[in-house]
Design a protein around this ligand. Sequence first.
Ligand SMILES: [Zn+2]
Length: 498
Amino acid sequence: MATAQKKLITPHISIMFCGGTGSVTGANFLLEVAISNSNDTDKTFKVLIDCGLEQGSEAAEKFNRQPFPYTPADIDVLLVTHAHADHIGRIPKLVKDGFQGVIYSTPATRDLTEVMLADAVHLLTEEASHLHQPPLYEEGDVQAAFKLWHTIPYYTPTDIGGCISMLAKDSGHILGAAMYELHIGTNVCPTLGAFAPKAGTATSIATKKYGETVVVFTGDLGNSPALFLRDTDSVAGANYIVMESVYGDRNHQSKESRRAELTAVIADTIARKRTLIIPTFSLERTQDILFEINELEHAGKIPSIPVYMDSPLAERVTDIYRQYSTDYNDQAKKLIASGDKDIFAVPKLERIQNNRESERVDSLPNPKIIMAGSGMSVGGRIIRHEQHFLPNRDTTLLLVGYQAVGTLGRALQDGVKEVTIGGEHVPVRAEIKAILGYSSHKDSDHLVEFVSTAGPSLKKVFVAMGEPKSELFLAQRLHDYLGVNAVVPKLGDTIELS
Ligand SMILES: [Zn+2]
């Protein structure tokens, strides 16, 4: 039997910024590792990190329909950081356009992606038929993507081919969210066969030799300490970081003050017998708010109040959150161990099954809370509740998430006195409140602190996944505070790592 011949290798590493640069959404990065040595023919190993939808404008719709700036069939591996649409939304298109490599994510991200893409394909098909266009992709493309999918738990070093050992660390952003630490081009590479993509071969990074380059792709970074998710891991030893910067130029309100505000709004709803409507994102924000209400009621900070969950998608997502309690932080695990078996089980929580029940809820007596999607009031069941309740003075509408310009949610946050819903003019007499502290992203100070964990090995930071102003501001701060070489790549740039 031939023993694996060990060869010295000289990797050339580059990153192409194909999406999520100068923009929060559309994350798509191509890492290329070219290795040549005396015996092997040159081979370039291609790893894509995320394949998300660009969102929020007509230009975005056009961007999503464009061909990828690389040949999908040439990509060996796709790493998926987490299940938000702006990181997974174009995966079925990638498969439709020829990708046949291996897809990796954590188990929770895979399960969440299944639910989120099933919902997305439904919405995309509806949207496309209104516009008399073919949909971006179809159900069959989604199914084809899952045939290529492999799950790797956190903290399990894995040989993904191309002399790359991959480690999924916790980014603390949403359930299952990983940042990928790639140990590239260890100076001893077994054989050219190592270039073949591997479907989950566990390796030990400890056995790798010196001389490797460590590149970290952060995906989105959590607002740690989170309510029940683990803190973001450190990136000690990283040489290069490709990072998000959604809040690169701003800091959040404190966690104590956001909880105090939520307590006050619910207490007021109960005291004055009002309806409280909360438009929520199905993934993460819904679970955050349920956790908070459950905690506040358990601690006797507020009396028990009926909560109607009018979002089948949020219910499916919450069920997946329940299955992965192993991914919670110690505090949440202690709560469960102490008898609070379901941290999202608000005592008077009722799941709304269909549209008829949804209408019935509107006429139930106050006080009550209605939670429904979508989070920015663009589509979803929240719209009908808003149409019904916005004219009422005994209603409070509470915004707990970012509201993009041009959405109904943003108009309400900006204080408009009349809105148009389904062609009908609706006067706004309800009280509109916003708590902006429930972000699942790190703020500017904590992004700087995160980069500082890399230590002296750090050579360069690529600041991406933010509005241009945020990216530039954060790059400047990293330079000023940490003396780090931080750059803001442009869409389409390919940058060589030296
Ligand atoms: Zn995200």
